[in-house]
Design a protein around this ligand. Sequence first.
Ligand code: NAP
Length: 261
Amino acid sequence: MNPVALITGASRGIGRGIALELAKLNYDLVINYASNVSAARETAADCVSAARAAGKSIRVEICQADIGSGAERRKLIEFTKGEFARLDLLVNNAGVAPEVRADILEASEESFDRLIRINVKGPYFLTQLAARWMIEQHKLGGRPRKIVTISSVSAYTASVNRGDYCIAKAALSMLTPLYAARLAQHGISVYEIRPGLIRTDMTGPVRAKYDKLIDEGLTPIKRWGKPEDVGKAVAAIAQNLLPFSTGEVINVDGGFHLRTL
Ligand code: NAP
């Protein structure tokens, strides 16, 4: 029986890159999305093709759910139970940028509440639901289970025109040590992946600005990150290549986090 991964926000961008890498590893997949059903269907079909090209056979299902809603988080877990009856890997990837990049002296409470709801409360309580189910499965044995959360360099980098996003990602970074400490006794390892500048729809509006910064040497590895760069880090975890590590932060940022002199 194939292992099963649930990836939030996997219709496009980084989540799609993660899904494609897991497909090659023979994971059956639940592709969660917010509203773009055609992108979700395309990703699902591409995952089946990627698996087939790697000589594997997988099943991929798509599930619409807003991870910022408690009822929809429950729906997503129930859907996964109904379709696959097991969960080996949860990837908390879905997240949103502020609709308007506003200076912190001007930014609205509405935008702050939206980012906390989707980027923090969503993954925190989805992890709670997934963890309870994984604990039940652990009692029956089977392979080690994992939870991976996609945060951002914004967890520790001040961008004064999107303070709400930075605060949400900083808060999200506490999810991993908390659940890693709580779940190790149940055979569940928990990781944070911290991407830098990744070329997706989210960074579309700031592409020219970041092109220039990369060109000027913002990152030691002088290129945009690709969704597959994050996908490969998740794939390493999914293959159990870090068996004595939990609570770990993996930077996938071209070296952005390095201080140099
Ligand atoms: P993206 O291109 O905007 O894609 C966002 C994905 O999340 C889409 O699949 C979207 O679904 C889904 N989504 C949005 N809101 C959702 C919700 N409330 N419930 C469920 N799914 C939702 O974003 P991305 O660049 O791939 O970013 C993915 C994650 O990486 C985010 O957490 C982001 O903060 C983080 N990140 C991104 C970068 C970067 O440079 N791009 C850097 C660091 C961290 P639909 O297709 O249905 O809209």
